[in-house]
Design a protein around this ligand. Sequence first.
Ligand SMILES: CC(C)(COP(=O)(O)OP(=O)(O)OC[C@H]1O[C@@H](n2cnc3c(N)ncnc32)[C@H](O)[C@@H]1OP(=O)(O)O)[C@@H](O)C(=O)NCCC(=O)NCCS
Length: 192
Amino acid sequence: MSDPPWPPPLTWPDQPLSDGVVLLDRFTETDVPRIILGCTDPASQRWLPLPSPYGEVEALTFVKSRAKAAAAGNELTFAVRDAADGVAAGALGLSQRGYHHEADIGYWTAPDRRGRGWTARAVRLVVRHAFATMPLRRIEILAAIGNVHSRAVAESAGGTFEGVRRHGLPTGDTDDAAVYSFIATDAAAGPP
Ligand SMILES: CC(C)(COP(=O)(O)OP(=O)(O)OC[C@H]1O[C@@H](n2cnc3c(N)ncnc32)[C@H](O)[C@@H]1OP(=O)(O)O)[C@@H](O)C(=O)NCCC(=O)NCCS
């Protein structure tokens, strides 16, 4: 009998994830204008390792490369949509850490949809899906110490602040990282 693949691949939910306010599914090429809006925003450019300038070519590369990473089971990049009309508000990526059944979550939300609690809703949905369907031990959010909005999302979604990981961002940036974690027994990982 052959060993199961290690680490286990991340798997898409059978149906889009939704709480009635946001709906999470896959990006398609029709989302390109929304991706450009989100990724050209100064805050996104400041805190994320994004190409600059960022246009149609970069957005199409994003859609294709994330689909490829998902097919390999390394990363699921969800389009976070307005459940009412399907417009893409932002992106949330769940990435395999490659060891000890750990994953991390990163996100951006387009400026016209910020401040509505949608990113925190998306984090909760993905954390629940991940612990309910995959053998993950731990999920982390690593936010730059000075990125107050990202840290507010992690806290609002129920992440536990553990401390500071010096020069510890997955982006390779030299900012220190605030570490937030979720484990399967956290209330945030359970039913609403
Ligand atoms: C960080 C980011 C994703 C937040 O998105 P958002 O959709 O506005 O966040 P939410 O509306 O879900 O807010 C969650 C919490 O953060 C707080 N918050 C969000 N934006 C805020 C702001 N501008 N001022 C004060 N608080 C803010 C909300 O009040 C909420 O807290 P609450 O639940 O206690 O009310 C968005 O600002 C962004 O895309 N930034 C650029 C990219 C980035 O920094 N990504 C993270 C890299 S680790």
